[in-house]
Design a protein around this ligand. Structure first.
Ligand SMILES: Cc1cc2nc3c(=O)[nH]c(=O)nc-3n(C[C@H](O)[C@H](O)[C@H](O)COP(=O)(O)O)c2cc1C
Length: 172
């Protein structure tokens, strides 16, 4: 097993970019796009005014889950906003239609027609609303689960310890 959990995650991620599930206090979970990661943690963008944005404001901790065929990766940790400059950069490279999720996320809508009417009034290239924000889940704990055909699955936990990581095997 690797000494660095990010290295192992990166190897699995290179094989296949699977969806990332984000769990926040509530409890509440949903998929978000993993836009970038480095040795600090995992970054996604969303509306700070959405239910998940509000949950993170009240309790800035999260858990992440990825599933591959026969494998699972989990991460837990505190959540920090990304630097303000990164928000604008990300907004500019997000294509027009994907910017729509920034507005009124998770508010009830009367019908698809009402949604399309509202959409027609939104400028093609809207300015970034201040509540469209990147969040970094600071990885404090990783877990990797690898299926075994005889159900003696391998599980490895990594806990941050000083500059490095402490690894141990877990009972399946
Ligand atoms: C594959 C996939 C990727 C998604 N990516 C994002 C994303 O990057 N940001 C986002 O705000 N919502 C994303 N969504 C929508 C969220 O799952 C969710 O419906 C929305 O953010 C509202 O969540 P909330 O009500 O818990 O705040 C994605 C959904 C799917 C299925």
């Amino acid at each position: 097993m690797e000494d660095d959990p990010f290295w192992l995650f990166a190897a699995w991620w290179r094989e296949e970019n699977v969806p990332m599930v984000l769990a926040t206090a509530g409890p509440s979970a949903r998929a978000v796009v993993l836009e970038q990661f480095d040795e600090r943690g995992f970054v996604f963008w969303t509306s700070a005014e959405s239910p998940k944005g509000r949950a993170l404001a009240a309790d800035p901790r999260a858990a992440l889950v990825w599933l591959w065929d026969g494998r699972q990766a989990r991460v837990e940790g505190r959540v920090e906003p990304v630097a303000e400059g990164e928000n604008e950069r990300h907004w500019q490279q997000r294509e027009g239609k994907r910017q729509i999720a920034a507005f009124r996320q998770s508010e009830p809508v009367e019908s698809r027609e009402a949604l399309l009417r509202w959409l027609a009034a939104v400028p093609e290239k809207p300015k970034r609303p201040p509540f469209w924000r990147g969040y970094r889940v600071l990885a404090e704990r990783f877990e990797f689960w690898i299926a075994d055909e005889n159900y003696i699955h391998d599980r490895y936990e990594y806990l941050r310890s000083g500059e490095g990581w402490r690894r141990r095997r877990l009972q399946p």
